[in-house]
Design a protein around this ligand. Structure first.
Ligand SMILES: NC(=O)c1ccc[n+]([C@@H]2O[C@H](COP(=O)([O-])OP(=O)(O)OC[C@H]3O[C@@H](n4cnc5c(N)ncnc54)[C@H](OP(=O)(O)O)[C@@H]3O)[C@@H](O)[C@H]2O)c1
Length: 157
């Protein structure tokens, strides 16, 4: 089915919530559209939505028209304190979809990936990580339905 996740893994949704709560998330307009109404905006997070439509608005979302605009808005919300440098400003969590992952991966330092041992059909894909990425953390799990999955963290080297 188009514009929906082809799996339901509550454990991954809980992991996603834990990682991103209280922080800034950036998503493409189609990912925003794919979120269930009850989760729009994603609670307790600054929701930045990237679109080329100049008149696009949605309750609870901050509309941005470029990655630079997203970064500027985020930094305005999280100005560095006098003891901090710009690099200590909290990161933006890029939460998809395919188009946004492709455009932001070159700027990313860390990737949090969930691998699920399922064969599913899809029409939107996460980018393949190149040799500049190293796995630094791995947690193996089995879902309540018996499906193996794992949380992986990669850093850019
Ligand atoms: N498994 C996961 O982790 C995960 C996460 C998120 C999403 N998804 C899935 O991914 C799918 C959506 O991915 P997608 O690639 O089709 O769409 P998307 O990346 O979510 O959104 C694409 C839209 O973003 C806007 N956009 C893209 N680049 C832009 C730029 N440079 N400047 C301004 N606006 C820009 C455009 O919006 P306008 O058309 O409005 O101009 C474009 O149509 C859904 O099926 C969703 O369920 C999966």
């Amino acid at each position: 089915m188009s514009n929906q996740l082809p799996w339901h893994l509550p454990e991954d949704l809980a992991h996603f919530k834990k990682l991103t709560s209280g922080q800034t998330v950036l998503m493409g307009r189609k990912t925003w559209d794919s979120l269930p109404a009850a989760f729009k905006p994603l609670p307790n997070r600054l929701n930045l939505v990237l679109t080329r439509q100049t008149d696009w608005v949605a309750p609870g979302a901050v509309t941005v028209h470029s990655l630079e605009m997203a970064k500027a808005f985020h930094e305005q919300r999280h100005p560095p304190t006098s003891k901090e440098t710009l690099s200590s400003v909290p990161a933006i969590w890029v939460i998809g979809g395919e188009q946004i992952y492709a455009q932001t991966l070159p700027h990313a330092q860390t990737v949090e990936m969930t691998q699920i041992d399922l064969d599913v059909a899809g029409d939107a894909f996460a980018p393949t990580l190149g040799q500049e990425w190293r796995e630094i953390h791995r947690e193996e799990h089995i879902s309540s339905k018996g499906v193996p999955f794992r949380f992986l963290t990669f850093n850019r080297f």
